[in-house]
Design a protein around this ligand. Structure first.
Ligand SMILES: [Zn+2]
Length: 48
């Protein structure tokens, strides 16, 4: 899946939700999990 990350800017730390493909909220702190910000996603509000 390395090609997936080729489109991401190195400075953009926002992860992509594996469920809906929408960029997720970056973690509030190093080591914290990211959370999907798509209200229609099954993992909305849950750690990715
Ligand atoms: Zn999602």
């Amino acid at each position: 899946m390395s090609e997936l990350w080729d489109d991401i800017d190195p400075d953009d730390t926002s992860p992509i939700c594996p469920e809906c493909g929408v960029s997720a909220l970056p973690p509030e702190a190093m080591g914290e999990p990211s959370m999907c910000e798509n209200p229609n996603c099954s993992t909305f509000g849950e750690p990715i």
